[in-house]
Design a binder for this molecule. Structure first.
Ligand SMILES: [Zn+2]
Length: 753
């Protein structure tokens, strides 16, 4: 975290701490005693002194910057008890446990919320009355109850802390109406007690809301930089579902062993993607609000313990997760605001090391977000729509991503090239816009700064919409003065001028464009102004709901290679005295002659090939394929092969579960809508890949018990994979293909793995 370095830069924005009547006490001793640190980070010390000196304090610090210490330490050293308002009931217990961990006494910290029973509430109250408790966490709901307010007013309150203070603003991503009443309730308890408000994300608008709605009295504002220099930002257009998923799986496979989170829009997608990753050898779990809390806790633990490499989650995941070495955060769907994006990407690289942030962008995802807003109330729709617009502007921007993000958070970023975002690494050409910038400002001026971007653009390009006719704006001299340029040009230019501070957007008033002082100066004396066009990502129209075609596409086996592989298998089988299908299934050889695996790792991805088999038998096969590829100058279908869950592997888990339940094969085939023949093929592949299936219950129904042994004996010594040959060799038993097939699966289970 860079808070210490950059806080100096940004603290020009904060009000000066009133140093005249402040007394700074020794804070290092309690820091060491309670928290075990030798030094403060960033502006923690200043903040704590400010609280101890009785001033209202507003702390804006990114997650991971050491926010909670700013109220925990002064609470522990002050007389009385600090009341900490936090919306996260689920995390209160963790917080309290942490504070208790610093102290030798459990009653030093408590929480009061709806999860406690009467007896527990009484214990908390007794400790508070006895003055043993220094920090009390409460939910905002707790403060709405009069009996609690009356009780709290009888206590000595050292100060109030309002955590996650952005919840007070409907312009934040996490608005909680109960937060709006906090000032009133604090006044009833103790109007003199100072207030410290803390938030990890705040745009200038949210900041204003917090100060105003919490009634902070001449607060000293401490802003840490929001820049996360170790995070790398990248936006990739989503052209087609297959392509996106391949791209993502490939990325994760290249980052073997590194922890990551994938965020998606809905629960179904989390499950789908997690299954897909698992099939491709990546340990992944889905995480969403639809899972029961036990399962969620388990999966969170698995992720923390690194038994799971990737969590595929809806936004429900990550609150309070403290895993410092998350190496990538992927947004499979666009988040609904830049604040969400910042917070979610912010979970990567907390330890200051590598953190890759990839956003897959599709216009369809944007429409979906807009669609969700449809049923909301007008004001919420308006706010939500503007937040989405900002997110889209970020995604489509051709400018430094870091700069766009930080400008959004009201921070100036002046470095020319951050060197760690896609736009800085592959800069687009910038174009001179001096003349057009003047026209743009003139239009905004002619419209009295009373219209938003889309209307301004309509005037510029001279698009006659009914509103323009009604206002008779087509009679303005500037009407159509920019019709030589496309709409995207003007969208880009407006974004650039917002970024450079020549324009500002009044988000409280429907996003009206206003000319800033700098903009007015530019209009008076225009100078060179360059811009980078936004990306339109015209091709990014992927819809997650569309059905995936088979990931590997329709492909036919290379017949010559297939024969060579069969020969090699035969040779091997003789050597090892094993039936050939025990080495590799026919279908696996076929898959090899489509995918051309030339390493053992690639071989493992072939259907029906387990890791064990690849190691045991694979070397000669990949050697043969490598030689073949080289001699015939084969261009492999892709240097990366992805397994798909849609066909075979999609049924895998289902089949295993049903066999465990001893479901009849007819029923399994029917419920999957596949013929019996295909079911048996898939079962054989599952077994060949290393998973045992106990099919005795089905076999006993299908094959005469006496015949079973005879068939197994035959397989032990056979030299062919052909079931037709088996059928004729065992002609006295008069067996059907299904009977032979299921016996061969049993044989593979018993001897082949
Ligand atoms: Zn950059």
């Amino acid at each position: 975290m860079s808070s210490s370095k950059s806080s100096a830069k940004t603290s020009t924005k904060s009000k000066k701490v009133n140093a005249a009547n402040s007394t700074n006490v020794d804070l290092i001793t309690p820091l060491k005693e309670y928290f075990g640190f030798d030094a403060f980070r960033g502006n923690q010390e200043e903040i704590i002194n400010n609280v101890l000196n009785g001033h209202d304090t507003f702390v804006i610090m990114p997650t991971g910057g050491g926010k909670s210490l700013c109220y925990q330490l002064p609470a522990l050293t002050s007389e009385g008890c600090a009341i900490v308002v936090s919306p996260l009931i689920a995390l209160m217990k963790n917080q309290v446990d942490l504070v208790r961990g610093y102290s030798s006494k459990d009653n030093v910290a408590h929480f009061l919320n709806s999860t406690l029973n009467k007896k527990e509430i009484k214990e908390v109250r007794d400790d508070l009355n006895a003055g043993k408790t220094k920090i009390l966490y409460v939910a905002p709901e707790t403060l709405t109850r009069q009996e609690n307010i009356d009780f709290f007013s009888s206590l000595t309150v050292s100060f109030f802390a309002v955590d996650e203070a952005h919840c007070i603003s409907e312009w934040g991503h996490d608005f909680r109406p109960e937060y709006r009443r906090l000032r009133e309730m604090m006044d009833q308890i103790n109007e003199k007690a100072p207030v410290i408000a803390l938030t990890a994300t705040a745009t200038p608008k949210v900041q204003q809301d917090i100060v105003y709605n919490l009634g902070l009295r001449k607060p000293d504002i401490f802003i840490s930089s929001f820049n996360r220099p170790n995070l790398h930002y990248e936006v990739i257009p989503k052209v087609g579902k297959d392509q996106t998923i391949r791209n993502m799986v490939k990325f994760i496979q290249e980052n073997k062993g590194k922890s990551g989170i994938i965020y998606t829009l809905n629960r179904k997608t989390t499950e789908e993607l997690a299954a897909l990753l698992n099939v491709n050898g990546i340990k992944a779990c889905a995480y969403h609000a639809g899972l029961d809390s036990k399962l969620r806790a388990d999966r969170q633990d698995q992720f923390l313990n690194e038994d799971t490499q990737v969590i595929v989650a809806t936004i429900a995941f990550g609150m309070g997760i403290d895993k410092p070495d998350i190496r990538f955060v992927i947004h499979y769907n666009i988040p609904k605001s830049l604040e969400n994006y910042y917070q979610e990407t912010g979970r990567a690289g907390r330890d200051g090391m590598e953190g890759k942030c990839i956003l897959y962008y599709s216009h369809k995802d944007v429409s979906k977000l807009e669609h969700f807003l449809r049923d909301k109330q007008l004001s919420e729709r308006e706010v939500g729509g503007q937040l989405i617009d900002e997110m889209v502007a970020f995604a489509e921007s051709g400018q430094c991503r870091r700069k766009v993000l930080m400008t959004y958070f009201g921070e100036k970023y002046t470095i020319e090239n951050c060197g760690s975002c896609d736009n800085c690494l592959h800069p687009k050409e910038s174009i001179e816009t001096k003349h057009n910038s003047v026209n743009l400002l003139k239009v905004i001026k002619a419209l009295d700064e009373r219209f938003a971007a889309d209307y301004v653009i309509n005037i510029l390009i001279g698009r006659m919409i009914p509103q323009i006719k009604m206002y008779r704006h087509d009679e303005l001299a500037v009407f159509a003065c920019g019709n030589e340029e496309e709409e995207i040009y003007w969208t880009s230019l407006i974004r650039q001028m917002l970024l450079e501070g020549l324009l500002q957007k009044d988000i409280t008033e429907h996003g009206l464009l206003k000319i800033t002082k700098e903009g007015a100066a530019f209009l008076k004396k225009p100078v060179s102004f360059k811009m980078v066009m936004s990306n339109t990502y015209d091709e990014a129209n992927e819809d997650d709901e569309e059905n995936t075609t088979e990931a590997n596409g329709p492909a036919t086996a290379d017949a010559a290679l297939f024969e060579l592989l069969k020969d090699l298998r035969k040779q091997f089988a003789k050597e090892k005295k094993l039936p050939p299908f025990v080495i590799f299934l026919e279908s696996s050889l076929e898959d090899m002659s489509i995918q051309y695996p030339t390493t053992l790792e690639e071989l493992e991805r072939i259907s029906g090939v387990s890791k064990g088999k690849a190691i045991r038998y694979g070397e000669k096969f990949v050697a043969l394929i490598s030689k073949y590829v080289e001699e015939n100058q084969v261009v492999k279908p892709d240097d990366f092969v992805m397994k798909s869950v849609v066909n075979k592997s999609g049924n895998k888990v289902f089949i295993i579960q049903q066999v465990d339940k001893k479901t009849t094969l007819d029923v399994i085939a029917k419920s999957r809508g596949i013929p019996m023949e295909q079911l048996l093929e898939e079962m054989e592949t599952i077994v060949a890949s290393g998973t045992k299936l106990n099919l005795s219950y089905a076999i006993d129904q299908m094959v005469d018990e006496d015949d079973q042994d005879e068939i197994l004996d035959y397989f032990k010594s056979c030299e062919t994979s052909s079931l037709d040959v088996a059928k004729s060799e065992l002609s006295d038993l008069d067996l059907e293909w299904e009977q032979l097939k299921i016996m061969r699966i049993k044989f593979l289970c018993d001897y082949g793995i």
